[in-house]
Write a protein that binds this ligand. Structure first.
Ligand code: SAM
Ligand code: SF4
Length: 328
């Protein structure tokens, strides 16, 4: 078990296995996309597995594969299989836009992977197209329905933006009325890969107000350590609702995460600027024990919270990073 300097147990790694994406969600990427890294700049699957094995020695128990769109990377299922075979991770998770997942569903189920976060910002096809700048609404809904049929543990992630899709809060919530799934509303963060200002913030408290006005019986659920969402139950619902104050950053005290970006940089906080290239380190011929010590050193540098991390970035860049490189 490893702790940071604020006595937080760090045991959850999120890896962006690619920076590429087939959608262009405007809060994540400019319409022309971002300059993608050449393949050799990404961590190879062998490198990822080596890092996961070493993190396992440090007590890591949970891994999430994200991106970019993870299903765009060739042989992603092989990476999942190798991760499973490590026998280290209690919880293997995937975050996906759901456009390419269907043909892999059986394989994923056979592997025993149960936790899928699906991004879906609107139940209105026109708004979905406007936000993602692509025409894949039907595919994503079909994926959601199949995931429900297959009884995956599903979290639907929706970034809520004022005047863009705040009218979707209630329609999305109804998915959790009929189904045992979680709907999580996320504050927009300033990682859009461009120099565009983010939209006016629709804060966690604004989201809660919309929910409370509609569902007076809404009730806060017990907080579980490491959780980023404040969770709520509503009378009669099979699933639950959650609000992630990703910009207001109210959950940092219980943060248990480490991130590895698509280029193999370690981020101990989403808001820091990528402290260390573990990719260059691993490629310099170091031993497993050197890598383990490096992780220990980096975890001790994890900032107290996202505000401290932001302050420590010296040159505040006008060109923002994209979430597709960081791994949301
Ligand atoms: N492509 C996959 C997907 O969309 O699920 C995985 C990568 S995506 C970067 C992961 C999550 O980050 C998505 O749920 C997305 O909505 C969220 N995200 C992207 N940009 C964001 C931003 N600027 N603010 C808040 N969340 C963001
Ligand atoms: Fe792609 Fe996900 Fe970013 Fe949308 S949020 S552009 S689906 S990486």
């Amino acid at each position: 078990m490893i702790q940071d300097s604020f006595h937080r147990k760090i045991e959850y790694v999120r890896i962006a296995i690619t920076d590429r994406c087939n959608l262009r969600c405007f809060y994540c990427m400019p319409k022309e996309g971002i300059p993608y890294e050449p393949k050799k700049e990404l961590l190879s699957y062998e490198e990822i597995i080596r890092l996961l094995k070493i993190l396992g020695l440090l007590g890591f128990k949970k891994v999430r594969f994200t991106g970019g769109e993870p299903f765009l990377r060739k042989d992603f299922v092989k990476l999942l299989t190798k991760t499973k075979n490590l026998g280290v991770y209690d919880s293997i998770n995937i975050t996906t836009n759901g456009t390419l997942l269907l043909k892999y569903l059986d394989l994923i189920k056979e592997l025993g992977i149960k936790n899928i976060n699906l991004s879906l910002d609107s139940l209105d096809p026109k708004r979905f197209n406007k936000i993602t700048r692509r025409d894949d609404f039907n595919k994503v809904i079909e994926t959601l329905n199949r995931l429900i049929d297959y009884k995956f543990n599903i979290k639907v992630n929706a970034v809520i933006m004022d005047g863009i899709n705040n009218q979707d809060i209630i329609p999305l919530s109804k998915l959790a009325l009929e189904n045992n799934i979680s709907i999580r509303y996320i504050e927009e963060m300033p990682f859009n890969g461009g120099n565009k200002k983010k939209t006016d913030l629709f804060r966690a408290r604004d989201i809660f107000k919309v929910l409370k006005d509609h569902y007076p019986s809404i009730n806060k659920k017990e907080f579980i350590h490491g959780q980023t969402a404040t969770k709520f139950s509503v009378d009669g619902f099979k699933g639950d609702l959650g609000i992630i104050a990703a910009f207001s950053r109210t959950f940092c005290d219980s943060c248990n995460r480490l991130r590895i970006t698509s280029k193999g940089s370690i981020k101990t906080c989403l808001y820091d600027n990528g402290q260390f290239s573990i990719r260059d380190f691993i490629r310099s011929g170091v031993s497993d024990s050197d890598i383990k010590s490096k992780f220990e050193e980096l975890i001790k540098l994890k900032p107290k919270n996202g505000f401290e991390a932001e302050k420590s970035i010296k040159n505040s860049k006008t060109q923002r990073e994209s979430m597709s490189m960081i791994g949301g």
